[in-house]
Ligand binder design. Structure first.
Ligand SMILES: C[S@@+](CC[C@H](N)C(=O)[O-])C[C@H]1O[C@@H](n2cnc3c(N)ncnc32)[C@H](O)[C@@H]1O
Ligand code: SF4
Length: 453
């Protein structure tokens, strides 16, 4: 049995299994009293990061707590810097305090000022209501719920800096105690705009750069200007206070740019960024976004080569003190995607609420080489309905429950496998756990995110 301990000596056997399906730290003393067990506790926490682990370990009774290694292996690294929508850090200044929603992803604009070659949203974003900008009315429907939201990610399919209210919305979310950030192409981040956003108190800013020199960058990001974006990124580093906001670069891996993975690390380091997120090019709608992805259903020689060069770039980043994140190149089914609709919502620019951006705008797509359809899954629309009413719709409850059941079935199968057959083949136990999960809900079964891509 493999475990990572909080403290004490390894237990001869495991006693109670404690499922923690949110980011809370249950009272261990109360747990011991309730279960009347002096035996060690195996914690199956869905999200384990440094802060969470340390918070457990500082409790009385902590030396009876063991985290399963499988869980740490499966969850720790990818969750240390959760990579969705810019890789924003998960627990911010409101720490482990429980709020109803871990994440509200708000799309300030679906309109965009660029025409990136791989982006499926740019064509969808034609002839939109209110010029593709979220209205103040929709934001006002969100506002009363801010104290119940841990983190607001102002990112969607378009360019957030086109939204004139962005600094003011960030400031309101911040004053309600939310962590905030956004992902942008960076072209409109003038010093004046940046100062407004810094004054609003943003926690992270992620800039998309898919090329490390002007020629390639401007070939991919049509309509942008490499020099200006580099200056804008450098300005964040120069104008921020201490290390806030965290500065990140998103680099979408494609056939066009995969030879520049080390160059982007060097460039990021020169510009003063804290983190580079290497993303797969997995968003496809019909022909839009198709053919750029480098992942596959099985590992090929090309994928192996690419993984090696990415590993090299990540080693270089480590030397230069730049953090990195990356996704898998071949599918690895997870119980719940990073978006995790159990405690998050996506609000489209026009107020439509959905489990995530992928299900907010469905359509024909390519899933691991197969032509399939992503359904539109909508809970309803703000401000016609109240946010809480949308959260309580049957569709929303169904998505939350399905993921909850998948998680429980997976965890239980892992624990049973370990308890019943301690010396058994770990890989086989994890495969059995994957097979034990109920089917993913509609749409998620053809979403690369659920397969860690
Ligand atoms: C759609 S953009 C919206 C935010 C902003 N306009 C920007 O460029 O960063 C969000 C992110 O998706 C990435 N992206 C674009 N096309 C993609 C695709 N087909 N698959 C995966 N990510 C993609 C962009 O590079 C960007 O990092
Ligand atoms: S798995 Fe489902 S909920 Fe998660 S990102 Fe994909 S489609 Fe959205």
């Amino acid at each position: 049995m493999s475990t990572a301990r909080c403290g004490g000596s390894p237990p001869a056997c495991f006693g109670s299994v404690l499922h923690v399906t949110d980011h809370s730290i249950p009272d261990l003393s109360a747990f011991h009293r309730a279960t009347r067990t002096p035996q060690p506790v195996v914690v199956l926490a869905f999200k384990i990061d440094d802060g969470y682990h340390n918070a457990w370990c500082s409790q009385p009774f902590a030396n009876g707590v063991y985290f399963t290694l499988e869980f740490i292996m499966k969850n720790f690294f990818s969750r240390l810097f959760p990579p969705k929508a810019g890789g924003q850090p998960e627990s911010g200044r409101n720490g482990t305090r429980k709020r109803r929603w871990r994440l509200l992803q708000v799309e300030p604009a679906l309109a965009c000022n660029l025409r990136c070659v791989m982006c499926p949203w740019r064509e969808i974003a034609q002839n939109l209501e209110n010029h593709g900008l979220m209205s103040q009315e929709i934001w006002e429907a969100i506002r009363p719920y801010l104290p119940e939201i841990q983190s607001v990610d102002f990112t969607g399919g378009g360019e957030p800096l086109l939204q004139p209210h962005l600094p003011e919305w960030i400031a309101e979310a911040q004053s309600a105690g939310c962590e905030t950030g956004f992902l942008s192409n960076g072209l409109l981040l003038t010093k004046e705009k940046l100062q407004q956003i810094l004054d609003a108190g943003v926690d992270w800013i992620c800039i998309s750069m898919d090329g490390a020199d002007a020629q390639l960058y401007e070939k991919i990001r049509i309509g942008s200007n490499f020099k200006r974006v580099c200056e804008n990124v450098a300005n964040i580093a120069a104008m921020r206070t201490g290390s806030v906001p965290r500065i990140m670069i998103n680099f979408v891996l494609m056939d066009l740019n995969c030879h520049q993975v080390e160059d982007i690390v060097r460039l990021g380091s020169r510009l003063g960024v804290d983190q580079i997120n290497f993303k797969q090019c997995e968003v496809i709608r019909g022909e839009r976004g198709k053919g750029h992805g480098l992942f596959g259903a099985r590992e090929t020689r090309d994928i192996r080569r690419l993984k090696k060069s990415l590993e090299k770039a990540r080693r270089l980043a480590k030397k230069l003190n730049v953090a990195t994140t990356a996704f898998a190149f071949t599918p690895e089914e997870r119980s719940v995607c990073d978006q995790d609709p159990r405690d998050s919502l996506f609000i489209r620019y026009d107020g439509v609420a959905a489990p995530c951006i992928n299900l907010a705008i469905g359509g024909p797509t390519t899933f691991l080489g197969k032509e399939v359809e992503i359904p539109n899954i909508h809970y309803g629309r703000l401000p016609d309905s109240d946010l809480m009413a949308l959260w309580q719709t049957e569709t929303c409850k169904f998505y939350r429950q399905q993921f909850e059941q998948r998680l429980k079935a997976y965890d239980q199968a892992v624990v049973n496998g370990m308890l019943n057959n301690p010396g058994g083949n770990r890989l086989r136990a994890l495969e059995a756990a994957t097979a034990a999960m109920p089917e993913p809900p509609r749409g998620c079964n053809v979403c690369h995110y659920l397969y860690d891509i």
